[in-house]
Design a protein around this ligand. Sequence first.
Ligand code: CA
Length: 240
Amino acid sequence: MSKPTVLVAEDESALVTLLRYNLEREGYRVIEARDGEEALLVAAEEKPDLVLLDWMLPQLSGIEVCRRLRGRQETRNVPIIMLTARGEESDRIRGLDTGADDYLTKPFSMTELLARLRAVLRRIRPSLAEDVVQVGDIEMDRAAHRVRRAGVEVHLGPTEYRLLDHLIQHPGRVFSREQLLDAVWGSDVYVEARTVDVHVGRLRKALNIEGVADPIRTVRSAGYSLDESIVSEPRRANAS
Ligand code: CA
């Protein structure tokens, strides 16, 4: 449900099968593209959390796909790991400013791939690589689908849960209502911006501890952010 989505852009069927098997076993959601054009389309539609990108792809080379992903607003920051064949390509690719986050030379071991993937995810979006995320006194356990504030369980509706899940991935960053609509409701759903305010209000109420500052900051005319510096004393589980 909140597992990271990996786009595998690779034209070798056997490798795709192997990657899918291993990534799914590690809990990733896997989507595929078999050529460069398809990779761009799928990336735009599905907004993956990471792209495994083959250097030699039909239609459009991996390096061109990488450039175009970097050039588009919605995929500008997606982590990209390039898969290159041994030989001159891997030497050339290192000399090029492709904007990839990492490279792996074929053949590579799955253990190495998974380790690199986790490292890239951790570096770029720390919260995606972990099941349990802690920001300030808020703890989100994605595996158990549980949220706690100062040690006490907080009950959230599905929308509030997704809202917090998004904010907690980028503590301190301010999101406009439109950005939150896109991230939480999806860009193809028509929802009024005011709806965001309503759900932020509910999330606030659920997280509220009397006498402790609100962890969700309203930034006038800009949007909302999760304040990582708000920490309260741990409460007893039976506190009301
Ligand atoms: Ca290839």
